[in-house]
Design a protein around this ligand. Sequence first.
Ligand code: AMP
Ligand code: ZN
Length: 118
Amino acid sequence: MNDPNCIFCNIAKGLIPAKKLHDDEDLMAFHDIRPQAPVHFLLVPKAHIVSLYEATAEHQAVFGKMLTMTGRLAREAGASDGFRTIINNGRVGHQEVYHVHMHVLGGPEPLGPMLLRK
Ligand code: AMP
Ligand code: ZN
């Protein structure tokens, strides 16, 4: 269920501080420590699911709950005119923390293209 060496499991247990916007038995949301936009928080299942590669049918409810609360949390965080969600997975996805999480990024100004064009 949790990994003692995982940063996000330790945030879930209250062992590492975070600026939380939401906390319930399934999910937590907290501000990213290195924000890349005026609004930048992470929405994180409490269960130690490594990435979407490891997601299975038993996780459907938590991922459904995660997506359906995103708009309300984004609006409450100040992103009321649009936002972007990103889930990085594995090496090519440039995942840094191997406990699945969804970035929520917002303006006020438009965020620009989804990926840098070469
Ligand atoms: P990713 O590349 O999708 O794995 O991104 C991991 C994100 O977690 C990065 O944006 C980090 O800034 C963020 N992060 C890492 N440690 C913490 C922490 N202790 N509190 C909040 N955000 C964190
Ligand atoms: Zn974890």
